[in-house]
Design a protein around this ligand. Structure first.
Ligand code: ADP
Length: 278
């Protein structure tokens, strides 16, 4: 049993009797503590790259550095600026998700199209991530046949799938495999999955992965350009689409992130050549 926080007030009637009013403020205090944590986290996440940037600016202003070193400093500054940009984009994405109405069942997104966009993005990201370390990842995608459609906001679904795929690539060493899957089940539901051959995640962390700014390994997440908000965004988008996220992981051999959409959110693609198809 968890402790309950009560706010107690005593009102004298004036005739010796008193009224005792007790309110349960547990939830309110928890929400307030979460908000404080969030603001502290955001401030910290922004302060770190800003401090680094300010330091580099000062160095460049005060020291006459050789051209090569100057360029290296400028590249590091660009990296910090881009980190802040990503963080602000992710914060905005989260707040937009919280403020917007649930996507209805009237807008349909082609799974083949979603996967094609994911594939283009993944190949580009893999090249960027592995530039200094050698071969890009081996990336596998399902053949785009009739994969059906999902009801929901295509931009949101795209961002959820992309975030999972970006994590798989960022946490998997160069040259190793990342596989994307789309399985339709007998009960009409379907599962999107991203399997990586990265370090895997200890079971104790699994339940907390989708919390804002929760990271298993802080320095590693930063090195790979992580904001700590990716899975929080994924969780939000999936909740809004009635989908569920499952993570299976084996330390030392890799992880599988699977997203299952209920049958009510899925339909077969309209036949090719359908004049009403968008
Ligand atoms: P980040 O931007 O730090 O990657 P996320 O919310 O996307 O933030 O992920 C939270 C944490 O979960 C990461 O910091 C990392 O420790 C862990 N994680 C996510 N995806 C993977 C993965 N595919 N393999 C290993 N660890 C992962």
């Amino acid at each position: 049993s968890r402790p309950v926080r009560l706010s107690v007030q005593l009102y004298p009637y004036g005739d010796g009797r008193r009224l005792l009013l007790a309110r349960d403020v547990t939830a309110q205090e928890q929400a307030e503590a979460m908000r404080r944590d969030f603001v502290a986290n955001v401030s910290h996440e922004i302060r770190t790259p800003l401090t680094v940037l300010a330091g580099f600016v000062e160095t460049l202003q005060t020291l006459q550095l050789p051209e090569e070193e100057r360029s290296r400093y400028l590249a590091l500054m660009a990296q910090q600026a881009s980190r802040m940009q990503h963080l602000v984009e992710d914060l905005l994405a989260l707040s937009r998700l919280e403020g917007s109405p649930l996507p209805g069942l009237t807008q349909w997104t082609s799974v083949a199209l979603l996967l094609r966009q994911c594939e283009d993005e993944a190949r580009g990201l893999s090249v960027a991530l592995t530039r200094q370390q050698g071969r890009p990842h081996l990336i596998e995608f399902p053949q785009a046949q009739d994969l059906g459609e999902i009801a929901g906001a295509s931009m949101e679904l795209q961002s959820a799938f992309s975030n999972l795929l970006a994590n798989a690539l960022r946490y998997t060493p160069a040259g190793k495999q990342v596989s994307v899957g789309w399985q339709q089940h007998a009960d009409g539901s379907a599962t999107f999955s991203v399997q990586d051959t990265g370090p895997g995640i200890e079971p104790t962390h699994l339940a907390r992965l989708t919390e804002r700014f929760y990271r298993v390994d802080r320095s590693r997440s930063r090195d790979t350009g992580g904001t700590g908000l990716g899975l929080a965004i994924v969780k939000h988008v999936l909740q809004r689409h009635g989908a569920t996220l499952e993570v299976r992981s084996t330390v030392g051999s890799g992880s599988v992130f699977s997203v299952t959409f209920p049958a009510v959110r899925l339909r077969r693609s309209p036949a090719s050549g359908d004049v009403n198809a968008p």
